[in-house]
Design a protein around this ligand. Structure first.
Ligand code: FUB
Length: 307
């Protein structure tokens, strides 16, 4: 029931609440969840869907962050990052991911560029996972004129980042094509050419995670989107397509996932459009379900729950 959430107010503008199953947050729309585990706490970063009930496109100007230690009691924080933090950008707080490196938190975001046509990727930095964050580079890290594999202007979206076992950081992103490139140790510049992964039925929303010798690249496929995944022994592939991981997310064309290990379990965090009659493709809400692996390392299909 949208709008009803029982916060216990705290002095520092943080608010705690007890989640009543999925979706977790019911007083705001929270899209494109990205997850980070740090110091025994799970952080979920999301774009804020603000489209009015009759608007059928994205209206997104800021990102939000929530944290929990037990997946029951959550803390909501003031928005730690707004599109206005990127002076070179125009608008559109699309999908993002935060990663920790050398004690700092780097937040990679998709956003519309102010002067270069199309979507771009920027990076913000903070000493604290819940911010405040500031633009780390003063310009875009990736722009539409750097990737000419497609003739669409929104192919440079949906960043995911991994720091590999050898310390090399990789940025992976894209709509229609899945791009990848090395990041310099400073995490804010590319270190080499941009490649393209060969992935069947690829739409967008890549997320990379590593477990027991396998890299897993999950991504949105088709439209309306299902989440599928591929496996490889190397962060740069080649990738073996493994099939569907999550069926359509209720009442939303997009189905954007994060996969994270937390306190001995693996969680699949995604969005749906399931909040009452107003939820939908442009009014999305993040959900958390458990992900299980088979003994051969493959992933079991997600069983979506409302609990
Ligand atoms: O939220 C805007 C866009 O919708 C994201 O960048 C895509 O992944 C899709 O979820």
């Amino acid at each position: 029931v949208f709008g009803l959430i029982n916060y216990s107010n705290q002095a520092n503008a943080q608010q705690t609440f007890v989640a009543n199953g999925n979706p977790i947050v019911t007083d705001k729309y929270t899209a494109d969840p990205a997850a980070l585990v740090d110091n025994g706490t799970l952080y979920v970063f999301a774009g804020h869907d603000e489209a009015l009930d009759n608007k059928e496109f994205y209206e997104m100007h800021e990102w939000l962050v929530y944290s929990t230690k037990d997946l029951k009691t959550w803390t909501a924080y003031p928005s730690p990052l707004n599109v206005k933090a990127f002076s070179w950008a125009k608008d559109d707080a699309w999908a993002s991911q935060v990663i920790k490196r050398n004690g700092k938190y780097y937040w990679y975001v998709a956003i519309s560029h102010g002067t270069i046509h199309g979507k771009s990727i920027g990076v913000a930095v903070s000493d604290n996972p819940v911010g405040p964050y500031k633009d780390a580079l003063g310009k875009a890290l990736i722009t539409n004129d750097m990737t000419k594999e497609t003739n669409i202007s929104w192919d440079d979206i949906d960043p995911t980042v991994i720091v590999d076992k050898d310390g090399q950081a990789w940025l992976i992103w894209g709509n229609t094509k899945c791009y990848y490139a090395k990041l310099k140790p400073n995490m804010i510049e590319l270190d080499g050419p941009i490649g393209v992964f060969d992935l069947p039925h690829y739409t967008e929303a890549p997320w990379i995670n590593y477990r027991n010798g396998w890299y897993y690249l999950s991504y949105a496929s088709g439209f309306p989107e299902k989440i599928v995944y591929a496996m490889s022994k190397n962060v740069t592939g080649p990738w073996t397509y493994m099939g569907i991981l999550n069926e359509l997310a209720g009442n939303s064309n997009t189905n954007h996932q994060a996969i994270v290990d937390f306190k001995g379990k693996t969680y699949f965090i995604y969005h749906n459009g399931a909040i009452n009659t107003h939820g939908g493709s442009f009014r999305r809400s993040f959900c958390v379900d458990e992900l299980h692996y088979n003994s051969d390392g493959t992933m079991k299909r997600i069983i979506m729950t409302s609990e």
